[in-house]
Design a protein around this ligand. Structure first.
Ligand SMILES: C[S@@+](CC[C@H](N)C(=O)[O-])C[C@H]1O[C@@H](n2cnc3c(N)ncnc32)[C@H](O)[C@@H]1O
Length: 385
């Protein structure tokens, strides 16, 4: 099968590596997408194991179209009866990037008409639209004059892992959180802190990565489970294997937040994710926290002064930088934020910088390395070792 894994801008290369790990073939990196080839097993694994994917689409046809009539004819020509029954439900997502078509909503509507007309012509009965839980989620993509029709094997977007009880204030996308943990290079063996953990997304994704188990809850349903060609035995085996927790001891993984309610939500999410006991949580301010002995990683998603307004965002970022400098010698810290002005107030040298998108917000993920003692002496100590 020809497949497309959709992702967030900036996570394409990580996703390509994840696809390689599950045995995908002919992997090609695009913008916010990675195309690949694979069989049914590969498609099941891509949904369950690729943490940086948002959707896995299975291509079922490609056509040249330059106007609405051609679009209608192309969509109508697909053998839809092999994918769904006449009285079942469908939903259509359309993305249009073409001089021949202006509105994606209109392209979706035309495509829906074509499918239901095909059924009505053949059987006198038509499928209905169900945007929430359709039997078949169809993806229409028009770029220039090329129409690609795909089936969305994921159903719900893959950032919906199933563990988020309440959203909390300004949570980061689960896919982005997984991407940040991977980009930070955290190896699952050293201490990990999220000092402004909110609902715990970064910590939950990190533990799932360290354990090598899916980010989803076991009862998360996928689009392909409703398909006519669904192979329940194969899927059961994939899940049984993937969800087996390894016998490894995790390092200290700790989150804190000054907001009581945020920590209550994080606790609940961690319980739903079946990770109780693996993440330590406390209600406190980062500036008051005494770091543990063994140095490690700090990954945080502080307020940006958009959804959470602090009143003095620059002071908050300055506090973060000062705290790192004073108490976290030997650690590395990663901060994601869209607030470029506030970043300047961290006051530490950035050793890496990456552009990522948190929803529509263009953000930077920045790395700071804190040396033990002064930098000069740390170099000397390293040389001695
Ligand atoms: C953008 S939210 C984090 C969202 C989180 N990544 C999630 O997915 O839910 C920022 C959090 O920082 C917390 N916060 C702000 N200043 C803090 C401080 N000085 N110490 C600890 N937590 C703080 C807020 O209470 C808020 O929950």
């Amino acid at each position: 099968m020809q497949l497309v894994a959709k992702t967030l801008e900036g996570l394409e290369e990580l996703l390509a590596v994840e696809l390689e790990e599950i045995g995908a073939k002919k992997i090609e990196i695009g913008r916010r997408a990675v195309t690949f080839e694979g069989d049914t097993l590969c498609m099941y694994k891509a949904n369950l194991l690729c943490r940086c994917a948002i959707r896995i689409l299975v291509s079922i046809g490609s056509f040249e179209v330059r106007n609405e009539a051609e679009l209608y004819r192309a969509v109508k020509s697909v053998d839809w009866e092999s994918y769904m029954k006449k009285d079942e439900t469908l939903a259509i997502d359309a993305v249009v990037n073409s001089e021949f078509f202006n509105h994606s909503k209109y392209a979706a509507l035309k495509s829906k008409d074509a499918i239901v007309d095909r059924f009505r012509d053949k059987f006198g009965v038509r499928p209905s639209v169900d945007l929430k839980d359709p039997k078949l989620r169809i993806n229409i993509h028009i770029k220039g004059d090329i129409l690609n029709i795909s089936l969305d094997s994921s159903g719900d977007s893959l950032h919906r892992r199933g563990y988020r009880s309440l959203a909390g204030q300004a949570p980061v996308s689960e896919v982005l959180a997984a991407g940040m943990v991977k980009l930070s290079g955290w190896d699952g063996k050293t201490t990990l802190l999220d000092p402004m953990c909110g609902s715990g997304t970064i910590l939950i994704e990190a533990v799932k990565i360290a354990l090598g188990i899916p980010s989803f809850t076991k009862n998360r349903r996928f689009g392909f489970e409703q398909w006519n060609n669904f192979k329940p035995d194969l899927w059961k085996r994939v899940k049984e294997f993937a969800f087996k927790k390894p016998e490894i001891e995790l390092p200290l993984i700790q989150g804190m937040d000054m907001d009581n309610e945020a920590i209550a939500v994080a606790k609940e999410n961690i319980a739903i994710a079946d990770l109780t006991g693996l993440i330590k949580l406390t209600v406190e301010k980062f500036e008051d926290f005494e770091p543990p002995e063994s140095a490690g990683h700090i990954i945080s998603n502080p307020p940006y002064e958009l959804r959470i307004v602090t009143g003095d965002i620059n002071a908050l970022y300055k506090m973060m930088g000062d705290t790192y400098k004073q108490k976290y010698g030997g650690w590395q810290a990663w901060i994601i934020s869209s607030n470029r002005e506030a970043f300047k107030h961290v006051g530490l040298k950035t050793s890496r910088k990456m552009v990522l998108f948190n929803g529509p917000l263009e953000c930077r993920l920045q790395k700071y390395e804190m040396y033990k003692g002064t930098r000069k002496f740390s170099k000397l100590n390293k040389a001695k070792e």
